[in-house]
Design a protein around this ligand. Structure first.
Ligand code: TMP
Length: 232
């Protein structure tokens, strides 16, 4: 099972990745938590280049190809082998980020991006994608301390850019209703997590029970879940 999270910077998706991973682990699943770009030796180097604001001269096409290069390495080295071993892979961003940021945000041709994404992913498509939807204003409000202290190269882009990125995600949702879920990110982290957990349960109904150490199958109720809301 391959689950991805999408959204603009500071939408709270890292918290949601962590909450879902913990919940799935408690349900007896082996989970691999990843974030893009990164997670392999090569991809981490590419991440540093991509986010370094010293590279203000970076061409939009260079940026596109570096994201794709990082993803190609991650898919081949980590994601496909993990899925082969029946792990649940949860990735903080995947190719929809490239469509939204480089396609809609930077306005590069969408057909080129689709083609490059297919090369990078070997046609791997997530089973479920959660787009955490918040306004740029709320994102900036939530992250104002971090942004004031140390904006990275992407975060320098401004509100207009983020509005285009959000529009991109919304058109992806319209085209791809089967796997793409739009989640209201203005709600509390616990509420957002509950919504996501219910949707995952619909896809993986067997996970609502898990086998305990004594071999008994125990039911977990959503209400009994302890959700840590720190660290949005
Ligand atoms: P992060 O802040 O979620 O770690 O993501 C790093 C930045 O990179 C974020 O501003 C989104 C951006 N990004 C793209 O522009 N295109 C992509 O394909 C990916 C994966 C991220």
């Amino acid at each position: 099972m391959f689950i991805t999270f999408e959204g603009i910077d500071c939408c709270g998706k890292s918290t949601q990745v962590r909450l879902l991973a913990e919940q799935l682990e408690q349900s007896g699943r082996e989970v691999l938590r990843l974030r893009e770009p990164g997670n392999t030796r090569l991809s981490e180097h590419i991440r540093e280049i991509l986010l370094d604001k010293e590279f203000s001269e970076m061409n939009e096409r260079t940026e596109l190809l570096l994201f794709a290069a990082s993803r190609a390495q991650l898919v081949g080295e980590v994601i496909l082998p993990a899925l082969d071993h029946d792990k649940v892979v949860i990735c903080d961003r995947f190719y929809d980020s490239t469509v939204a940021y480089q396609g809609y945000g930077r306005q590069l041709p969408l057909e080129d991006i689709t083609h490059i994404n297919r090369i990078a992913t070997q046609d791997l498509v997530p089973d479920m994608t959660f787009f955490i939807d918040i306004t740029p204003e709320l994102a900036f409000e939530r992250c104002k301390d971090r942004l004031a202290a140390d904006r990275d190269r992407m975060e320098e882009s401004g509100v207009r850019f983020y509005e285009r990125v959000i529009n991109g995600y919304k058109s992806l949702a319209q085209q791809d209703g089967g796997r793409f879920y739009v989640i209201d990110g203005s709600k509390s982290p616990t509420d957002v997590h509950m919504t996501i957990w219910r949707l995952v349960m619909e896809k993986l109904p067997l996970l609502s029970s898990y086998v305990g150490g004594d071999g008994l199958v125990m039911n977990r109720s959503l209400e009994a879940m302890e959700v840590d809301t720190v660290g949005l």
